[in-house]
Design a protein around this ligand. Structure first.
Ligand code: PMP
Length: 328
């Protein structure tokens, strides 16, 4: 069969990085998800959720996809919908970055901007309400629902998780994975544990995210963290959480460019910052595997813009709690 654009989702490179850490004996392997055609790991759940819905007869010719996403998932669905000749409407809020909005619109998707805040002071509930309204109003509308759709985490179990198991040259002691909907960490943790039962799964979250019970607060970095606990999170799959700030993530991004020539997205910088923080307590000889979720080009006006963070946030503030071991 002749390949099309969607045939190139997945099978991304696994490379060894040489970023130095405080504990220099660490070896770090990274799955470069920016190599997906839509530029992020989210091509995987987008394609998998759509393909499964097609197989179940829920998406047919003439279907109109609807999803609440301001980020990589919306970009991925926009690309795949275009390739498959399906309509797509992305429900977004004013926090969307300019480059993400431009990308979604350039792929030809429609935008529904939700401006009214919900009762929690965020936009998530208002966005879901708008999705439900669109499902009533639009003919042939289908909601993929990344937060609750089991095919989100399954795509990572079958995809990036399986590829890591296949491609790692040695057994990893730790996996560091950024979290938002938690689809990636749920799928990957399960797959890695089946292959390597003692691997420690470390979630990388941002200060101000409520996923693991910390208080909510201001967050700027797109893609990582959440203002609501995701339905699909099962903390039993995760051993610990390391928290990083926007500033630390930004520094991590610059380190990747400096040391590796790798222009990665903001949450890849969060991973580097989290490993740096955890390094003093990691065993010598630790072998870490991680996932770098997306490309840096779409962050030129945020993370890679020197004026992105106000002066007051450009310091390494001592964190009250930067590391949490999860009870089993
Ligand atoms: N990093 C980036 C750049 C992302 O777009 C996402 C997905 N929002 C994540 C990390 C976290 O992935 P997940 O939603 O699967 O937890």
């Amino acid at each position: 069969m002749i390949p099309n654009l969607c045939s190139f989702v997945g099978d991304t490179p696994l490379v060894e990085l040489e970023v130095p850490f405080q504990n220099t004996a660490i070896r770090l392997f990274a799955k470069l998800e920016m190599f997906n055609p839509g530029g992020s790991v989210k091509d995987r759940p987008a394609l998998f959720m759509i393909q499964q819905a097609i197989a179940e007869g829920k998406i047919t010719k003439g279907s109109h996809l609807v999803e609440s996403s301001s980020g990589n998932l919306a970009i991925a669905i926009a690309m795949i919908a275009r390739q498959m000749k399906l309509e797509f409407t992305a429900v977004i809020d004013p926090n969307i970055t300019k480059s993400n909005r431009d990308l979604i619109e350039t792929y030809g998707a429609k935008i529904e901007l939700v401006e009214e805040k919900d009762e929690e002071g965020g936009y998530l509930r208002s966005r879901i309400r708008r999705v439900r309204r669109l499902l009533d109003e639009l003919p042939n509308a289908v909601w993929l629902n990344q937060y609750a759709n089991p095919n989100n985490r399954r795509s990572h179990y079958e995809g990036v998780g399986a590829e890591i198991v296949r491609d790692m040259p040695i057994e990893p002691t730790h996996a560091f994975i950024g979290v938002s909907t938690c689809g990636t960490i749920m799928g990957v943790a399960r797959r890695l544990r089946e292959a390597w039962p003692t691997v420690r799964i470390v979630a990388v979250d941002v200060v101000g995210s409520v996923i693991f019970g910390s208080p909510g607060g201001k967050r700027r970095l797109p893609g990582i963290g959440a203002s609501r606990v995701p339905e699909q999170l099962d903390t039993c799959e995760i051993d610990e959480v390391v928290y990083v700030t926007d500033w630390e993530s930004m520094q991590g991004c610059y380190r990747l460019v400096r040391e590796e020539g790798l222009l990665a997205g903001g949450s890849s910088g969060s991973i580097i910052a989290a490993i740096e923080k955890a390094a003093p307590r990691l065993p010598r000889g630790a072998v870490i595997v991680t996932i770098m979720p997306d490309r840096g080009e779409r962050y030129l006006d945020t993370v890679y813009s020197r004026n992105w963070l106000p002066e007051s946030e450009r310091v390494r503030q001592p964190l009250r709690e930067s590391h949490k071991i999860l009870a089993k």
